[in-house]
Ligand binder design. Structure first.
Ligand SMILES: Nc1nc2c(c(=O)[nH]1)N[C@H]1C(S)=C(S)[C@@H](COP(=O)(O)OP(=O)(O)OC[C@H]3O[C@@H](n4cnc5c(=O)[nH]c(N)nc54)[C@H](O)[C@@H]3O)O[C@H]1N2
Ligand SMILES: Nc1nc2c(c(=O)[nH]1)N[C@H]1C(S)=C(S)[C@@H](COP(=O)(O)OP(=O)(O)OC[C@H]3O[C@@H](n4cnc5c(=O)[nH]c(N)nc54)[C@H](O)[C@@H]3O)O[C@H]1N2
Ligand code: SF4
Ligand SMILES: [Mo]
Length: 730
């Protein structure tokens, strides 16, 4: 497939839902309103349609939000929003939004609730939490969170005396990647965003990382720039992704064999001398051991294992070597694939190290200088009496906590019972593998509180539902934003909260008061606190509120040069090609290839990913995005479809290795996927009838992910280990 540069740029704009905006001059909200005669009001704020934290400028006419645009002053949006960001209005005005606090009256999942006042609902929660704490100890209260509301409830849980706090963004997303890079470089390859200098890169290799479907805004804009600048794009993906459409080489790898390819590239780069010798000599340790260890990973062997052409394997390694250090093997983001993910991440990090990409143009840029001071206005949290369970027995289970371990502990009651869950910003039934376990854990609870904006499947299991207002109706943050430079962004209300919904900071503070933990409640309003924070940071709050983003002058880290060498926060202060830390814990200090289980005849490996116009399950009911993409389909290779007698759009069910059936779903017959796997967009198959548009639309990939494989190093859950057969639906 070949696109001219011009048509690609047009296409890149289209792929964001057909609606990327042209850059608008923006000198601040007031100036803009004045320039236009004052009919419209403009409010800069921060998007939460996903977690990229783009700067938004909202246009308000007669009290109604009529348009959301990208803030040109903000480095995450660069004047544009993706389709989901623009559709924030669809969330704000969604008729199905949670509107009032509710207390369950029927059985869990029966959808019977009574309306409650805020006082009643919060007192009810506080009483229950107090009883549970009295009976089982504070540690029996756990928080699951994702995104900005988490902060306010982590405060409540810590104030109560528990540290059982976990986020799916570690366990079900990028945990293994960060751990791998921390072990290798002493630092994750991400600050606010992945620190990938794509626009200046000459060769970019993507493993999965389906940019263009994965619509993280500025990253996609930089990817488009890279293509326009003539970078060579190599896409390793069993599926011909949107990014593969921009690639010179598509490598349709056999799923789960990526480590074989990576180790072979490491071998080729070493044995052919294609690595950055000065860099490797000066900044790494363990090179000789690495060279010896990877010797037997030959291209012939890799070709058999990965089912990729040997010629391509060698040729891409050569291209990387020739263009090093201005190249990158993109570190990826969603990383919990097969349960051996930390070692895959290690191999990616090692390959980047050999090519000298850390801190170099076109590689991984360094994190900005200086850190913002922390504003703490409450007493220290009480020390939990019993250790938190959130890191399980995994020696490298990073700082964010493992959702799956909290779930496991809730089911087993070992080492102590967990009896209350506070859940906010995450749809656990859709997010964690093995829904039966999630339900089983919920059955064990004395209290499930949900703070959310939509009546999702998980919300409708809650005992108490507390309606948060959308991100367009609240103060939140300030947010420290680290891209190449450090900066500060604001989230502020564009309009007042609709219905009886409230911001998370208010709900959290009121809950503290109801629990008689007044010292942990916000002093005054959150906005007042934001002003105090701005003062601490020497930032003009008024200017920030007008512009949406302010950069911190002089914070950008330069590329590294020989007189400005990088410092590495590893134990040896060098890049650890050989990891003594892993060895000390009895893990392979250099990644070793081990083949993973492959599907039996007649079954396919279940793969999943993103649609450019949806975020997981959080947007499936959004009127605007729903109109663009109402339900997912199952991608199936054309030859396999012919063999099964299935035409395009045929209705089927998938049945997994444990006999679990999917909802009925249509087949997309395509040459764009290997014959041994099928692919679905994640987030569909909502069973909550209160989500009237999304209800029963499409199929839920998570329902079929009953099996998962835990990474022994960091405890994240590999989820691409399920096999399905396809059954025609009558
Ligand atoms: N529009 C949109 N964008 C998003 C999000 C969203 O919800 N919507 N979510 C954001 C978040 S939090 C994340 S973490 C990222 C996730 O997005 P990525 O980090 O890009 O996720 P991946 O799992 O790397 O990419 C999915 C691709 O991996 C391929 N794949 C499957 N199995 C294998 C394999 O064994 N080997 C290889 N090489 N490829 C394989 C699939 O075919 C698919 O094309 O997206 C972010 N961007
Ligand atoms: N099978 C499968 N599982 C996956 C993935 C996959 O691709 N396939 N992806 C994994 C990845 S990469 C990630 S990061 C996680 C994402 O996991 P989650 O973050 O759990 O994803 P969502 O499904 O978007 O659920 C978000 C919830 O937050 C609510 N919400 C949205 N905005 C707000 C707000 O402003 N305030 C509050 N209080 N709530 C809000 C939504 O209504 C929804 O209930 O899932 C992981 N799990
Ligand atoms: S990438 Fe899109 S959805 Fe995510 S924060 Fe930016 S505009 Fe919002
Ligand atoms: Mo993620």
């Amino acid at each position: 497939m070949s696109f001219s540069r011009r048509s690609f740029l047009k296409y890149a704009a289209l792929s964001a839902g057909g609606t990327l905006l042209a850059e608008t001059p923006f000198m601040g909200a007031k100036a803009r309103a004045q320039a236009e005669g004052g009919k419209a009001r403009y409010v800069p704020t921060t998007c939460e349609m996903c977690f990229w934290k783009c700067g938004v400028v909202a246009k308000v006419v007669d009290g109604k939000v009529v348009k959301l645009e990208g803030n040109p002053l903000h480095p995450q949006s660069l004047g544009k929003l993706c389709g989901r960001g623009q559709a924030g209005i669809g969330l704000l005005y969604d008729k199905d939004r949670l509107k009032v606090p509710m207390i369950r009256t029927g059985a869990r999942g029966e959808n019977r609730y009574k309306q409650a006042s805020w006082d009643e609902a919060l007192n009810y929660v506080a009483e229950k939490l107090t009883t549970i704490k009295g009976k089982y100890g504070a540690e029996s209260i756990a928080l699951f969170a994702h995104g900005s509301p988490g902060t306010y409830f982590a405060n409540v849980v810590r104030a109560l005396g528990s540290a059982n706090i976990s986020y799916p963004s570690f366990s079900q997303c990028l945990g293994a990647r960060n751990v791998a890079w921390e072990l290798t470089f002493g630092e994750a390859p991400q600050s606010t965003c992945e620190r990938v200098d794509m626009a200046n890169s000459r060769v970019i290799v993507l493993f999965g990382t389906h940019l263009g479907e994965n619509m993280h805004n500025s990253q996609n804009q930089e990817f488009a720039q890279a293509v326009a600048n003539g970078a060579r794009i190599v896409v390793v993906d069993p599926r011909f992704s949107t990014a593969a459409g921009k690639a010179s080489t598509w490598m349709p790898i056999k799923p789960g064999t990526d480590l074989a390819l990576l180790l072979t590239w490491i071998n080729l780069v070493i044995t052919n001398g294609w690595y950055d010798k000065d860099y490797v000599n000066n900044y790494t340790n363990g090179f000789d051991k690495l060279a010896a260890e990877v010797k037997h990973y030959t291209p012939e062997w890799a070709a058999r294992e990965t089912e990729l052409p040997e010629h391509d394997i060698v040729e891409v390694a050569r291209a990387l070597g020739r263009n090093a250090p201005n190249v990158m093997v993109h570190p990826g983001r969603h990383f919990s694939w097969h349960g051996n993910d930390t070692q895959r991440g290690r191999a990616m990090a090692i390959l980047n190290a050999l090519l000298g990409t850390w801190g170099r143009p076109g590689g991984i840029w360094l994190s900005p200088k200086g850190k913002l001071a922390k504003l703490t206005e409450h007493p220290a949290y009480p020390e939990p009496k019993r250790d938190s369970v959130v890191f399980g027995d995994y020696p490298f289970a990073g700082g964010e906590g493992l959702t799956n371990v909290v779930r496991e502990t809730t089911i087993s009651g070992d080492p102590y019972p967990i009896k209350a869950w506070i859940v906010t910003g995450t749809n656990l039934l859709k997010t964690m593998p093995n829904q039966e376990k999630t339900r089983k854990a919920i059955d064990k609870l004395d209290l499930l509180v949900s703070i959310d904006v939509m009546p999702t499947d998980t919300v409708m299991m809650a005992d108490v539902i507390l309606p948060e207002c959308s991100y367009l109706e609240r103060h939140d943050g300030l947010f420290g934003i680290e891209t190449r430079e450090a900066g500060v962004a604001i989230r502020q209300p564009v309009i007042e909260p609709l219905y009886q919904s409230k911001p998370a900071w208010w709900i959290g503070s009121q809950l503290c008061r109801a629990l008689k933990l007044d010292d942990y409640a916000v002093k005054g309003t959150w906005e007042e606190r934001m002003r105090r924070e701005a003062k601490l940071w020497n930032i003009d709050y008024q200017e920030l509120a007008d512009k949406g983003y302010l950069s911190i002058p002089g914070s950008a880290a330069p590329y590294f040069t020989a007189d400005n060498p990088p410092t590495f926060k590893t134990k040896s202060k060098k890049i650890e090609l050989y990891s003594a830390e892993l060895e000390d814990e009895s893990f392979a200090p250099i990644p070793k290839y081990q083949a993973i289980e492959q599907p039996p005849a007649g079954q396919y490996r279940l793969l999943y990913g993103r649609s450019q116009v949806h975020t997981f399950s959080r947007t499936v009911n959004n009127q605007w995005l729903w109109e663009l993409f109402k339900e997912n389909q199952v991608w199936l290779n054309a030859k396999e479809a012919a063999r099964l007698g299935l035409k395009d759009l045929a209705l089927v069910r998938l049945v997994n290795q444990d006999g679990i059936n999917s909802e009925p779903v249509r087949v997309k017959v395509t040459e764009r996927i290997r014959p041994d796997c099928v692919y679905m967009v994640h987030g569909f198959g909502q069973h909550s009838p209160a989500m009237t548009r999304a209800y029963n639309r499409g199929a839920d990939d998570q329902h079929l992910i009953s099996k998962y494989k835990i990474d022994p190093i960091c405890g994240t859950t590999g989820m691409r280990v399920n096999f399905v057969k396809i059954v025609k639906e009558a």
